[in-house]
Design a protein around this ligand. Structure first.
Ligand code: HEM
Length: 510
């Protein structure tokens, strides 16, 4: 039951089913309550036994390390797991076996081993199925066969030409975001709601490709439903009995999920309708997009019979969530770090003033590569605070790595938090040092930076993210000075890495 597939069951239950399931739920709860401690302590050795048979040389056992297990099932279980396992695995050669809840995973922090596994093991771990009801067979949650076909079709959507077309949207959104910050000057405030709304509106504008006309696409209901879903993923992953589809179906959480998914799906269907209507109206009545937007590409693929309408909507939902929550979270971390290191912020400000000749003009595609120090700051914050701090995959065949074999069926946790702090980064890996990005000779190889993942399933939106974050920060930092204290920052892994408190910033007009 615990390793059950989290596939979404679309069928309806009869009354008899409900009675049967309620009785089974009660029985299961009793069994689970009485057996949990033994499942928890014995499951590891049960799995290890079978995994050890195929290991050429035993992978060190993380769960035997002192301190590795003393946080299991604490409220902030995930965050503690990520940070503690990262440190222990880094001290022990970069690959170890260990428990996550009752399941055994191979935990990896060695950048080269991680890259090899990212390329060899394309199948996502069953944990991703918590997002299936919302994201269906989109790129993040789809099975490998669907993913391969869709990735090939969708990759051209992220061409440099398309990204350049988005620069107007990035500028307009960033200006309006900076305007909205004026009301916060002089107060300690949590920037998250405004940063999130801006990122969400930006991705939706780029999905549609319509020039903003002052009218917002996104409402509070959508943003709330997204946050609700991310919380539900977290709850479900951390609650073993909710791993069973039929038990989960009986919970209150499932009802909340159904409501949230309806809101999210209604929103993307509406976007699709707006797009379909806007391509049909004359130029005088409605502003036409200048170039191709995400939805133009998707609709073209649909009209060629390469994507069904359901697949199109799955990709649309995937794009919206992948494209806003990540960017917004990283922007909050960047503001906190800039506010905590005034000398770094001052250097960024001077670079902006120099590139833009002290003017307030928009950011062009030619400015973006010239913002070298700003880019170093962004990358350094993203190294230390990777929003996707773990990536979970399954081996669908035996994978040989140095002296180890990860057997077919083995589950893998790529600890991005740990890869980004591995010994490749040197003794000062824990320190915030943007300068390390300025000299390519002292920089480790690419796989040591895993915030966008690496290999063939790596993030498609990396350049979109850099361009939009740089544009936002230019508009913001030339108007405001930020103060914050990263030492107050408390973190949680709520599916994604997020601040849980201490994220307030203070703005001062320049
Ligand atoms: C700071 C910003 C971002 C970060 C840190 C980030 C990180 C990641 C990571 C780690 C993955 C791999 C997830 C996994 O394998 O489980 C991923 C996948 C993906 N990201 Fe991003 N992302 C960011 C922004 C974006 C943006 C702006 C977009 C779209 C506009 C986007 C679209 C995607 C898509 C479509 C995938 C699935 C790729 C595939 O499996 O083929 N991301 N992202």
């Amino acid at each position: 039951m615990l390793s059950g597939c989290l596939s979404y069951n679309r069928g309806h239950s009869s009354k008899l089913d409900v009675i049967f399931e309620t009785m089974s739920l009660l029985l299961c709860c009793i069994l689970l309550a009485s057996s949990w401690p033994s499942i928890h302590s014995s499951q590891g050795s049960h799995y290890e036994g079978s995994l050890n048979c195929v290991l050429k040389q035993d992978t060190k056992d993380l769960t035997c390390k002192p301190g590795a297990n003393d946080f299991i099932l604490t409220p902030n279980y995930f965050f503690e797991l990520v940070t503690k396992y990262s440190a222990i695995v880094n001290q022990n050669g970069g690959i170890m076996k260990g428990l996550m809840g009752p399941m055994v995973y191979f935990h990896v922090t060695d950048p080269d081993i991680a890259l090899k596994l990212m390329n060899a093991c394309l199948k996502k771990n069953y944990l991703y199925n918590v997002a299936k009801q919302w994201l269906g067979d989109g790129l993040i949650t789809g099975d490998v066969v669907t993913w391969k076909r869709h990735r090939k079709l969708i990759m051209p959507t992220f061409s440099q030409t398309t990204l350049n077309e988005f620069q107007d949207i990035f500028n307009t959104q960033s200006r309006s975001f900076s305007d909205s910050l004026r009301s916060l000057v002089g107060r300690d405030v949590d920037p998250w709601p405004l940063v999130r709304d801006n990122a969400l509106e930006t991705i939706c504008q780029t999905v549609l490709g319509l020039p903003p006309d002052g009218c917002k696409l996104v409402d509070e209901e959508y943003a709330k439903a997204t946050e609700e879903m991310l919380n539900i993923f977290n709850t479900r992953i951390q609650t073993p009995y909710m791993h069973s589809d039929w038990l989960y179906k009986l919970t209150k959480t499932k009802k909340i999920e159904d409501k949230a998914v309806n809101i999210l799906k209604r929103f993307s269907s509406n976007l699709l309708q707006i797009k379909k209507q806007s391509t049909g109206v004359s130029k005088n009545e409605h502003a036409e997009p200048k170039g191709k937007a995400f939805l133009d590409h998707f609709l073209e693929l649909h009209s060629q019979g390469l994507l069904t309408e359901r697949e199109l909507l799955d990709e649309l939902n995937t794009m919206i969530v992948a494209g806003h929550d990540t960017v917004a979270t990283e922007l909050v971390f960047i503001l906190i770090l800039l506010g905590s290191f005034p000398e770094v912020q001052e250097r960024v400000y001077e670079e902006i003033q120099s590139v833009f000749d002290c003017t307030d003009r928009d950011v062009t595609k030619y400015d973006l590569p010239r913002l070298v120090y700003l880019e170093a700051v962004i990358k350094e914050v993203m190294r230390l605070y990777p929003v996707a701090s773990i990536i979970a995959r399954d081996a669908d065949k035996d994978v040989n790595i140095d002296n180890h074999t990860i057997p077919a069926g083995g589950s893998i946790i790529l600890l991005v938090w740990g890869i980004n702090r591995s010994k490749a980064w040197g003794e000062d890996a824990e320190q915030f040092k943007p300068e390390r990005w300025l000299d390519p000779c002292t920089l480790p190889d690419n796989p040591a930076f895993a915030t966008f993942s690496n290999g063939s399933r790596m993030c498609l939106g990396k350049m979109f993210a850099y361009n939009s974050m740089k544009t936002t920060l230019v508009h913001l930092l030339r108007r405001f000075k930020v103060t914050a204290d990263y030492r107050q920052l408390k973190l949680k892994v709520d599916f994604l890495l997020k601040p849980s408190s201490g994220q307030n910033i203070n703005l001062e007009l320049r």
